[in-house]
Write a protein that binds this ligand. Structure first.
Ligand SMILES: [Zn+2]
Ligand SMILES: [Zn+2]
Length: 341
């Protein structure tokens, strides 16, 4: 089968012919219909320090997918060939304290699809049955493949507790944009998004943001204070992964408000602890999706939210390089690769 493989310890990746994998006990073979490129894949592609320390080469890239069950391994009972599925990418052990207490998404023994084992940029992928999600047949494969990042947005917005609140989101990437739609659907009083690219800010408004701020030429903290009589936003989600955004988020959050830390800044960010204390700000780190409660909530929200504007490119798998290029140039939002051509 064809697969996009991280084969060498250098930037880039290669389209290779590799053997179709065989599902072991408790695993299934999926024929991939659509797989989307995530920020994590960009790090692996460009071969940054994190990728160098984490990825064992050669490995097939990719983790966001939708496809059809092709073959069952031994001891698989809940699936049949032909089932239309996606996958939770956090492969939990099911045996540790965190798994036992409903926090499988931060399992002690977590393995991530396309990071710690072969991924989805291929015609076929093997995935454990326990992380398979059965899709609504009405969802097109491109949209079904982005349920994983959509679940990030749902989990983060749920943790922010947005109903009736004024919500400020930093970051005009895929998850920041989708979070606008989720916050609106979950009853936020107002949703404001801070970004840097006008085209993306337009998309944020199309997805439900009431107002957008271009941080390149406007002052997010000043504007939000003006819109809230000096108080700030009750819920702030930092999804830009930039130190400047995190500082502004801490300034723009209302006293007693909640700040969701989701973006990953490249290094440590110094925190003004006295400010945190006197403002009684609650900072909550959010990663992944709750398994599977976030997926259940996401499925209901997808009946009301149209994610198709987020999908800007659909390419055959062989044209993966073009997909990475448009993402690095920030011309694309979500790029979908279709192994079926
Ligand atoms: Zn992802
Ligand atoms: Zn575990």
């Amino acid at each position: 089968m064809k697969a996009v493989v991280k084969a060498k310890p250098e930037p880039g990746a290669e389209l290779k012919d590799v053997d179709v994998p065989t599902p072991g006990p408790g695993e299934v073979l999926i024929r991939v219909a659509a797989t989307s490129i995530c920020g994590t894949d960009l790090h692996i592609y460009e071969w940054n320090d994190w990728a160098k320390s984490r990825i064992r080469i050669p490995q097939i890239m990719g983790h966001e997918l939708a496809g059809y069950v092709e073959e069952l391994g031994p001891e698989v009972h809940s699936l049949s060939p032909g089932d239309y599925v996606s996958a939770e990418t956090h492969i939990y052990c099911g045996r540790c304290f965190l798994c036992h207490t409903g926090k499988a998404h931060i399992c002690r023994n977590l393995a991530i699809l396309g990071v710690d084992r072969d991924g989805a940029f291929a015609e076929y992928i093997v995935v454990p049955e326990r992380v398979i999600w059965k899709n609504d047949p009405a969802l097109p494969p491109a949209v079904a493949s982005i349920q994983e990042p959509f679940g990030n947005a749902v989990h983060a917005v749920k943790r922010a507790g947005v109903a009736g609140k004024r919500v400020l989101i930093f970051g005009d990437g895929t998850i920041g944009l989708m979070s606008c739609a989720v916050a609106k659907a979950l009853g936020a009083d107002a949703v404001w998004l801070v970004g840097l690219v006008d085209r993306r800010l337009e998309l944020a408004r199309a997805l439900g943001a009431d107002r957008t701020i271009n941080a390149g030429r406007e002052d997010p903290v000043g504007l939000v204070r003006r819109w809230t009589g000096g108080l700030g936003a009750e819920a702030v989600l930092e999804m830009a992964g930039a130190e400047a955004a995190f500082r502004q988020a801490l300034e723009a959050v209302q006293p007693g408000g909640r700040l969701i830390a989701f973006g990953l800044p490249p290094g440590e960010v110094p925190l003004d602890i006295p400010k945190l204390v006197f403002k009684e700000v609650e900072i909550i780190g959010v990663v992944g999706r709750e398994i599977f409660s976030t997926w259940e909530e996401a499925a209901r929200l997808l009946a009301r939210i149209d994610l198709s504007p987020v999908v800007t490119h659909e390419l055959p798998l062989a044209e993966f390089r073009r997909g990475f290029e448009v993402l690095f140039r920030r011309e694309a939002i979500k790029v979908i690769l279709c192994p079926g051509g």
